[in-house]
Ligand binder design. Structure first.
Ligand code: NCD
Length: 310
């Protein structure tokens, strides 16, 4: 898996072998992510964290991953604090930040922003979410969490539920799961179903997802129930959001239909899709999933910046 100096803009930039290599390295990183072992193998490197949309987990776990490896971090969290607010183009901002660090992590409200940044940056760029586009590093930690829970990714029965139209995590995740021969069920209201171009790509790769609006049709077969938030901020019309808000809510009653070893995942933040009572069940994996962002991003930073773990 040679990822040295490579951009990660889309999960499609990675081969199955490269993904498996990152997951294996992520496993080795767990004791370092927990602070039980230390190795400053990226000492002297600088990560530029540019977050032009809200973030808790992604930004902090990249930061934590970098610091655990001895890599320094410079960051910007608001466009209003940069010269973009003075009219500077994203391309110029990226060229500047590129000159101040060794790797750029970018979250941006516009789909395609990370691809553009990668074009203008000499150093590698990692896409930390581009509008309703994709979120490849979330996918890596999602796969790591599934593999950790299930032992293998091959042929899992995965149900994706919620906002499959605007939710970027599920776009990248569906792509990646197809590489592992997953059976996918897409549960969403008709207006929030997976975009046609993504579904066509899945079909080209040999996955024939089942679409339904009814979670009850799918839950009993699932190995993994991947729940997403309805992305209120992406709706052009708030009335449309109000029509679909609260469509799905996972609680202990609906989980009675599930296999005993089915896991519930969510990229978080949740805003009512999963009742707090589920946190206490053996199904809940979303907090472990959030922690897994650290070892997985450590593995990615090491691979791209060339840090070797002995
Ligand atoms: C997701 C995102 O930003 O796309 N959050 C995350 O990165 N963990 C999901 C969301 O905001 O709903």
């Amino acid at each position: 898996m040679d990822l040295f100096d490579k951009d990660v803009v889309s999960i499609r930039d990675l081969t199955k072998a490269q993904i498996e290599g990152i997951l294996d390295l992520s496993q080795e990183m767990v004791p370092y992510a927990l602070g039980e072992k230390t190795k400053r193998i990226l000492d002297g490197k600088i990560l530029g964290n540019l977050f032009f949309e809200p973030s808790t987990r992604t930004k902090l776990s990249f930061e934590s991953a970098a610091l655990r490896l001895g890599c320094d971090v410079i960051d910007v969290s608001e466009m209003s604090m940069t010269s973009i607010s003075k009219g500077e183009t994203l391309a110029d901002t990226i060229k500047m930040v590129d000159a101040y660090c060794d790797l750029i992590v970018l979250r941006h409200p516009y789909e395609g922003a990370a691809r553009l940044a990668a074009k203008f940056s000499v150093n590698p760029v990692i896409n930390a979410g581009d509008g309703a586009g994709s979120h490849p590093t979330q996918t890596l930690l999602d796969l790591f969490t599934m593999r950790e829970a299930k032992g293998s990714l091959d042929g899992l029965n995965i149900v994706l539920v919620g906002d499959l139209k605007y939710g970027r995590t599920v776009h990248s995740l569906a792509d990646a799961l197809t590489m592992f021969g997953a059976k996918l069920t897409l549960v969403a209201p008709e207006s929030l179903q997976m975009p046609d171009d993504t579904v066509s790509h899945l079909k080209e790769k040999g996955c024939n997802p089942v679409k339904t609006a009814h979670l009850e049709d799918a839950i009993s077969q699932a190995d993994v129930l991947y729940v997403t938030r309805i992305q209120r901020e992406r709706f052009p019309d708030p009335a449309e959001y109000n029509k679909v808000a609260g469509t799905y809510r996972i609680d202990n009653a609906i989980l009675r239909e599930a296999k005993s070893d089915m896991i519930v995942m969510h990229p978080l933040p949740r805003v009512g899709e999963i009742a707090p009572e589920v946190d206490e069940t053996a199904h809940a994996r979303y907090f472990r999933q959030a922690f897994n962002g650290v070892p997985v991003r450590m593995a990615l930073l090491c691979s791209i910046l060339g840090g070797k773990i002995e």
